[in-house]
Structure formats: structure tokens, C-alpha cells
Ligand binder design. Structure first.
Ligand SMILES: [Zn+2]
Length: 471
């Protein structure tokens, strides 16, 4: 039954009159269903998107957006390999696979703790039954359904943990100011956000990144550098930190949330709330060294998150993997003398910032650099990761992995001279997720770094996040 998909709204184009807001799964004479609002407000959609499990049953339904409508898919069921038989005397077998539920009272949004009337719809028989639903909180839906007079039952459905990829986005990442003509501009955030609005990303667990704490910043950066940044963030205009690194009035919030999102993702994974995470932040962070901003970067979110996993959650060996076209000098500098931290990078050579020689291996052989010649493409990239960097990562034995996901090694990128395409990023994401699964109990987060051709950035981010979701 895996793969059953039910159109929930605006199904008229299929010749049906089903305009539905809820799908219910009826098993064993009981109802369990998940509610979803139509597409009015993001917060109410977020309340029901995702994966849900009914009480005491081995079944999972995924609710997601499908263009103008919302869809539900039965993604797991303990009877998934048995065909439904509508005449079967066993009510479990008879009732499967799915019942649609229509909303009766003009529901355009689901509000917390308020009942909405609806009706169950059995697409096999065409019969309908009374039902109602309410959102209790972000993790619980209550559905009551009646299959006949006096045969009403209500259950609380629980959001399925462990199954989702977290997505951290925030308007602050758009608002971070740069001078006119700067290549690292708000349009980058906008195309990434738009790409992740596609229906295939509807099950992402979207979260607001908090501001990073002083304690977390100072796992990587010095107090004096942190204070320099905070004291020089301007109330108006722009403050310049190096040739191409600027802060405007909104930027301090952005750089704090970029690192804070990565830290929050670490906490969420250790809490068992998700399987992995992507932080769609700007500006990037991997050039930011312990004592200085450079290359658009102010706080090194990837390194901060990795050391948060070590400092707060007891990770003994943390790794940052960086496939941005530029070498992550900041992460290398932060990890050079840290025996419990590993950094691996593929990058164009020669290229900004001029670090990342193959012979640079860290104080504990904990740095692995794979410089690639200008013009190198799929073959060289996959060879570097497949034969050198990933084996080195496995040998290190990470118990937490952070990806510095820069997409400026794409062939279309104006800053980079490598010849990669989206498939290469998807391939490496899957490979890294494989190591995470084998070595680190799957613990993997990814932080957006560079990527300056907007269509390539959008397409690359999409395949990267999709690979995380499928990991
Ligand atoms: Zn870059």
C-alpha cells in the first residue's frame, strides 16, 4: 500500500467533486486521521504538515502540500503488504486503505484547540460519515469520526519524530545588508526559499532559528572578536570588516541566527526530533576565523555547531565536511589543534582564500584537503571524495557531522572555476549521509555556504535537501 496518494482538495480537475481537508485512516473499527488546513497561512499549514501516527497502531501518514492542494500518503502500515478486501469480515482489512475527510463548515484554516466539522469520505463506496477535528498543539491532532449512529470514536494523533528533515529559515537572512552589486545579496536567500516551497519539500519541519548564545560563539571565536562584531554592527549604513564583508542594521540578527539555527539543529537531533537538518542561512560562515571576519563570513556556524555537539552533548569526535568551491580557512583554523575535530574540504586551487594545500593536515592529522584544478569536474570531485576524503572521515569515526554546503563549485557559478552540476552535490550528500548512518547514528546537519548563480543555487539546494530527506 505504500505510495497510496489521495487528492484532498480541488480534485475537480480529476473529474471528482471531492474538496477535502482531511484524510482519515480507519483501522479495526477505529478512526484515526490527520487534519490539514487549506493554503491560507503558513503557520496553520505548518501545524498539520509532516508525518503522523495514530494511537497504538503501526501506521504513518504523511501530509504535504501538492501545489494548490494538500495530499496525504500512507507511508507505512503494518499490513502494507496485504491487499485491501472490501468484503473481508476482518474490520482492519475491510477498512483499509484510506478514507478521505471533507470539511463541512467552510474550513479555510485550522486553529489550535477549536473543533472543525467535517465528514469522512470513503472513496471506494462513496459513502460519507460525520467527523470533526482540532489541532491540539504542534505535535497533536484530535480526530473524532462516526461510522454510524453511536459509533463515534476520537483519537489523538501524534506527530512522528525521527522521520523528518528540519529546515531553518528566517527573514533576517534576507535582510542582511550588503553594498549594491555585492555578489552575496538577498536574492540568494529568496531563490533558496522559493525552491524549498516546492511540494516535494512540504514535509520539512520548518523552524525558526534562534540567536546563537555568547557561550556558543566563543566555542570558536574569541571574546574580543565577538565584541568587535557586536560593537561595530551599525544602526544605519554599513560597517566594513574586510574587503568584501559588511554588516548593516539587520546583519547582526542574521549572523546570530545563522549560527543559532545550526546549534538548534544539533539540539533537535540529540533530542530525537528529526533525522537531519538544513540551515538556509546567509551570509555564509566558513571563512570566519576565530579572530576575524572575512569572505562575507562573520560567525562560523558550521564549526560552532560541531563544537556545540561536543561541548553540550558529549560528542567525542565531530566533523565538518566542506564542498564549497572555496577552502574553509576559518573552519580549518578553528580545528587545526583540536584532536576531537575533523575538517575535510574539496575546493578549487588556486582560488580565494589561498589556503587548503593537500599537505596541510592539522596538528593531529585531522585536516584533509583536496584541492582541485580549475576546470575539474564530476570525475575529479567524486574521486577526491570517494577515494580520499570520505575514507578519511570514516577512519576518523565521527559521532556528529556538519556539512558546509556551498554550491559555488557548480559549473554555472560566476566565482568558481569547477564544472560540477546538481547531480554531484546530490551524490555527495547521499555518500555523507551513508557515513553518518554507519558511524554517527545518522546525526547530520547541513549549513548553506556559497553559491552565486541563482538558478544553480536553487537547483543545487533542492537536490541537496531532497537527498537529506531521503537519507
Ligand atoms: Zn564559496
Amino acid at each position: 500500500m505504500s505510495g497510496v496518494r489521495v487528492c484532498l482538495q480541488n480534485c475537480v480537475r480529476w473529474g471528482q467533486a471531492v474538496i477535502v481537508g482531511v484524510v482519515a485512516l480507519m483501522v479495526g473499527g477505529t478512526f484515526a486521521s490527520a487534519a490539514m488546513p487549506l493554503n491560507e497561512t503558513p503557520d496553520t499549514i505548518e501545524a498539520v504538515l509532516g508525518e503522523w501516527e495514530p494511537p497504538d497502531m503501526d501506521a504513518v501518514i504523511s501530509i504535504r502540500e501538492c501545489g494548490e492542494t494538500l495530499c496525504a500518503e500512507l507511508v507505512r502500515h503494518k499490513y502494507a503488504d496485504i491487499n485491501t478486501d472490501i468484503n473481508n469480515p476482518d474490520p482492519v482489512m475491510r477498512a483499509r486503505p484510506l478514507l478521505g475527510v471533507r470539511i463541512l463548515d467552510g474550513l479555510r484554516r485550522v486553529k489550535a484547540d477549536r473543533w472543525k466539522g467535517g465528514e469522512l469520505y470513503d472513496p471506494r463506496t462513496g459513502k460519507t460519515y460525520l467527523s470533526k477535528l482540532k489541532v491540539i498543539d504542534n505535535n497533536h491532532l484530535k480526530i473524532t469520526g462516526c461510522i454510524g449512529p453511536g459509533l463515534c470514536k476520537g483519537y489523538v494523533w501524534r506527530r512522528v519524530p525521527h522521520m523528518t528533515t528540519l529546515l531553518y529559515t528566517h527573514a533576517a537572512f534576507r535582510n542582511h545588508e550588503v553594498p549594491p552589486g555585492h555578489v552575496e545579496h538577498p536574492g540568494r536567500y529568496e531563490v533558496v526559499e522559493k525552491a524549498l516551497e516546492d511540494k516535494v519539500f512540504a514535509t520539512l519541519d520548518r523552524r525558526i532559528p534562534p540567536q546563537v548564545s555568547v557561550e556558543d560563539i566563543e566555542r570558536i571565536h574569541s571574546t574580543s572578536y565577538r565584541e568587535l562584531v557586536e560593537e561595530n554592527a551599525p544602526a544605519q549604513g554599513l560597517a566594513q570588516f574586510d574587503a568584501d564583508t559588511f554588516l548593516g542594521p539587520s546583519s547582526l540578527d542574521a549572523v546570530r541566527r545563522a549560527a543559532g539555527g545550526a546549534v538548534a539543529a544539533v539540539d533537535a537531533l540529540y533530542a530525537g526530533e528529526a533525522k537531519n537538518a538544513f540551515i538556509a542561512a546567509r551570509p555564509p560562515g566558513h571563512h570566519a576565523e576565530p579572530e576575524r571576519a572575512m569572505g562575507f563570513c562573520v560567525f562560523n556556524g558550521a564549526a560552532i555547531a560541531a563544537k556545540h555537539a561536543a561541548g553540550v552533548h558529549g560528542a567525542k569526535r565531530v566533523a565538518v565536511l566542506d564542498f564549497d568551491v572555496h577552502h574553509g580557512n576559518g573552519t580549518e583554523a578553528a580545528f587545526w589543534h583540536d584532536e576531537g575535530a575533523f575538517y575535510a574540504s574539496s575546493h578549487e586551487w588556486p582560488q580565494y582564500p589561498g589556503t587548503g594545500r593537500e599537505t596541510d593536515r592539522g596538528a593531529f592529522d585531522n585536516i584533509a584537503n583536496a584541492p582541485l584544478a580549475t576546470g575539474a569536474g564530476t570525475h575529479e570531485f567524486r574521486q577526491a571524495w570517494g577515494e580520499r576524503l570520505l575514507p578519511a572521515l570514516s577512519d576518523f569515526g565521527p559521532d556528529f557531522i556538519v556539512i558546509s554546503a556551498g554550491f559555488d563549485a557548480h559549473r554555472a557559478d560566476p566565482l568558481g572555476g569547477l564544472q560540477l552540476d546538481e547531480d554531484d552535490f546530490a551524490w555527495l550528500t547521499r555518500e555523507i549521509a551513508g557515513v553518518a548512518r554507519d558511524k554517527a547514528q545518522g546525526r547530520l546537519i547541513s549549513v548553506l555556504e556559497g553559491g552565486y548563480d541563482l538558478p544553480a543555487l536553487a537547483a543545487s539546494t533542492a537536490v541537496h535537501v531532497k537527498a537529506l530527506m531521503e537519507a
